[in-house]
Write a protein that binds this ligand. Structure first.
Ligand SMILES: NC(=O)c1ccc[n+]([C@@H]2O[C@H](COP(=O)([O-])OP(=O)(O)OC[C@H]3O[C@@H](n4cnc5c(N)ncnc54)[C@H](OP(=O)(O)O)[C@@H]3O)[C@@H](O)[C@H]2O)c1
Length: 156
C-alpha cells in the first residue's frame, strides 16, 4: 500500500520533547489536539514512546518500531523491526502519523511530507530533543493559537 508520513510533535523553545521517559509538561489542550489530528490514522512510534504511553491509543493502528525480535508490546499493537515492514501492513489510512520519540523523528525527518508542531512556550527540564527542522520545512501552512502553545503545520 502506498502511504505518506506526517510528523506530530510537541516541542518547547529549545526543541525539548521529553524528560525521564515522559513529556516535560502536562497540557490537556495539546493532548486533545493530538487526539483530533491522529484519530483514524495509523500512528508509528518507537518502542520507548510506546512504553511511555503504557497503553494502546484507541481508534488508531498503533505501530511500534523495535530492534528486539522478542519484544512484547501491548496487546493489539503492531510490532515492526524495520521501516520496510510498513509496506506490508494493511493500513487503516494511507496517512501514517509519526508520533516519536526523538530517535524515530530523526530517522524519518527527511521522509516526512508534513509536520504538525505544538510549539510549547518557554524552556523545560528535558533530556530528549527534536532535531533541527526549519531548513527542511520552510512553509507554515496552518497556525492556531492556544493558551500554552502555538500549533503550526509545516510543509516542505
Ligand atoms: N513531545 C512529544 O511530542 C513527544 C512525542 C513522542 C515521545 N516523546 C518523548 O520522547 C522520549 C522517547 O524518545 P526516545 O528517542 O528516547 O525513544 P523512541 O524514539 O520513542 O524509541 C526508541 C526505540 O525505537 C527503536 N528503534 C529506533 N530506531 C530503530 C530502527 N532503525 N529499527 C528498529 N527499531 C528502532 C529502538 O527500540 P529497542 O530498544 O526496543 O530496539 C529504540 O530504543 C520520551 O521521553 C517520550 O515521552 C515526546
Amino acid at each position: 500500500m502506498k502511504f505518506t508520513l506526517t510528523g506530530v510533535v510537541a516541542m518547547d523553545d529549545d526543541r525539548a520533547i521529553g524528560y525521564r521517559g515522559g513529556l516535560p509538561w502536562h497540557l490537556a489542550e495539546d493532548l486533545r489536539l493530538f487526539k483530533r489530528i491522529t484519530m483514524g490514522h495509523p500512528i508509528l512510534m518507537g518502542r520507548r514512546t510506546h512504553e511511555s504511553m503504557g497503553r494502546l491509543l484507541p481508534g488508531r493502528q498503533n505501530i511500534v518500531l523495535t530492534r528486539s525480535l522478542a519484544y512484547r508490546a501491548a496487546e493489539g499493537a503492531i510490532v515492526i523491526h524495520s521501516l520496510a515492514e510498513l509496506e506490508h501492513i494493511n493500513l487503516q489510512d494511507p496517512e501514517v502519523m509519526v508520533i516519536g520519540g526523538a530517535q524515530i523523528y530523526s530517522i524519518l525527518l527527511s521522509q516526512l511530507n508534513k509536520l504538525h508542531v505544538s510549539h510549547v512556550h518557554g524552556s523545560h527540564e528535558a533530556d530528549t530533543f527534536f532535531p533541527p527542522f526549519a531548513g527542511q520545512f520552510p512553509h507554515i501552512i496552518a497556525e492556531e493559537r492556544y493558551t500554552e502553545f502555538i500549533f503550526r503545520t509545516y510543509s516542505r
